[in-house]
Design a protein around this ligand. Structure first.
Ligand SMILES: Nc1ncnc2c1ncn2[C@@H]1O[C@H](COP(=O)(O)OP(=O)(O)O)[C@@H](O)[C@H]1O
Ligand SMILES: [Mg+2]
Length: 238
């Protein structure tokens, strides 16, 4: 059965689509597959369909299968039943109006990735999504700091880490850095695995490989996160 990874935050522009496409790409590229069967399915549930446009621009080079299904509630509520994939990565809408789509998708999720920009303006929308929608779903979730530009120094990153730690939010160790390559990728019709072979591209790609290790390594269980004050981790088992 496929493991369903949902990328969610009801604030737009935090990197949900960027993370969904590139994470699905590195996992599909690494796990391999044949010309007509991929182990990975990417799903867009966002009516704005920016992942669909990106996927269309990549065309045959897209390393994973793709479905746009914001208007297909039947499929949305049956993602877990799809048998032919090992991993399904689901992009979700960045708006409060489409909350019912997110609610439906969360019933299918094994884990949730919550992208957060290291920027105080994004804290309260993320808090709302986590407290009102993601945490109540009971699905293991983790915050992913995305779009940090090292040239700006570590001030905002440190402040964001403190904010996250104070709330005892589970967090990925990986931080996805800001690279122009990522910003341009959709318009240029490439994913992270098709970036040129130069040092900057390798660094940009490395963040997504690190993230993939963390996501796949957790086996869909709750992470060993900061609420776990004694360092004791109870296996929930599969
Ligand atoms: N790590 C990153 N580096 C560079 N640009 C990024 C990064 N993450 C997101 N972006 C850019 O920020 C904008 C919003 O990202 P997007 O993935 O569309 O967010 P969302 O899907 O949450 O609305 C896009 O222009 C995207 O290219
Ligand atoms: Mg998006």
């Amino acid at each position: 059965m496929a493991r369903v990874h949902v990328i969610a935050n009801q604030k737009g522009g935090v990197g949900k689509t960027t993370v969904t496409v590139n994470l699905a790409a590195v996992v599909a590229d690494t796990l391999g597959g044949t010309a007509d069967s991929s182990p990975v399915l990417g799903v867009s549930t966002d009516p704005q369909a920016s992942m669909l446009e990106w996927a269309q621009r990549v065309g045959d080079e897209l390393p994973f299968d793709f479905e746009q299904c914001h208007d297909n509630p039947t499929l949305l509520s049956k993602l877990r039943e799809i048998k032919q994939y090992s991993h399904i990565f689901v992009d979700t809408p960045g708006s409060l109006e489409d909350e019912s789509i997110l609610q439906t998708v969360l019933t299918q999720a094994d884990d949730v990735i919550v992208p957060l920009e290291p920027e105080p303006m994004s804290f309260s929308p993320a808090t709302r999504s986590i407290q009102r929608v993601i945490e109540p779903s009971g699905v293991p979730w983790r915050v992913l700091l995305n779009n940090w530009d090292p040239r700006d120094g570590s001030g905002d990153l440190d402040q964001t880490r403190q904010f996250v730690a104070a709330r005892r939010w589970p967090t990925f160790n990986t931080v996805i850095r800001h690279y122009k390559l990522h910003t341009r990728a959709s318009a240029e019709g490439v994913t992270v695995v098709q970036y040129a072979k130069n040092r900057t591209a390798l660094e940009a790609r490395q963040d997504f490989f690190r993230l993939a290790l963390e996501v796949l390594g957790s086996r869909g269980q709750g992470p060993r996160h900061s609420t776990d004050v004694n360092g004791v981790y109870t296996e929930t088992g599969e």
